[in-house]
Design a protein around this ligand. Sequence first.
Ligand code: MG
Length: 321
Amino acid sequence: MTVRGLPMTVAAPAADGLPARVRIHEVGARDGLQNEKATVQTRVKAEFVHRLADAGLTTIEATSFVHPRWVPQLADAEALFPLLGDLPETVSLPVLVPNERGLDRALALGARRVAVFASATESFARANLNRTVDEALAMFDPVVTRAKAEGGHVRGYLSMCFGDPWEGPVPVPQVVRVCRALLDMGCDELSLGDTIGVATPGHVQALLTALNGADVPTPSIGVHFHDTYGQALANTLAALRHGVTTVDASAGGLGGCPYAKSATGNLATEDLVWMLRGLGIDTGVDLGRLVATSAWMAGHLGRPSPSRTVRALSHEDPKEQ
Ligand code: MG
């Protein structure tokens, strides 16, 4: 598969009220691959991360130090992480740590950028962590404290920020409370997850406004939208208009959500970059290289990328077959 020449687009200067630059937090190698049926070889994962860096991504979530029984797709974290040691220092490689044992494993390999994974709802906390929301926060407290003591940077993921498959729409104050708790325990950054993809722009605006009202500064907020209902880009634009400059996305749209009963999950990085290019917002990403990388990974997974931008910019070259 090859990549077509990029069509001409109108590259306008950044519109009023939008940031000049957005940092993409690339989650394909972790959130993406952990939710794919196929397990990818360690050397392929390492090449994937290198290719993402070559495409200009500078925050690439590499893997997860969860127990291999829960996420067998990422059971090779110890083998993978050392293969990424040659990446330039400008590329940061956050890793997910579910508890102190995971943090021990990550620190032993030299990882200093870590993420914990909390829930805004009791149902998902119970399903995913077998704990109440507050019990999960208590579990993360020593993880965050120790990571910070080691000079680390901690991201706090929060799932089910908009809707929950068991509880329906999630009240904004409930989300604000857990966000505040994550920051108070020392998290540097939040990632607001629309885990089942039901958010709409007005809900996004309401949550961001309420967070500011609880003294959560906008620069500490990242957004993590899923495209289940086709709203991920609209929601992203609402967040950008609010001043958010950190957006999570998954190369090629890798990964879904096992709770959403849908093939569409993470916002595809290519779809995001396409929109941001058109808005004149700098990401540092070479879209052609990124599309080529996702097309290559789709080959390893044995299925086409769900990203519309990857599909639009790729084609099978008969001469290569
Ligand atoms: Mg996701």
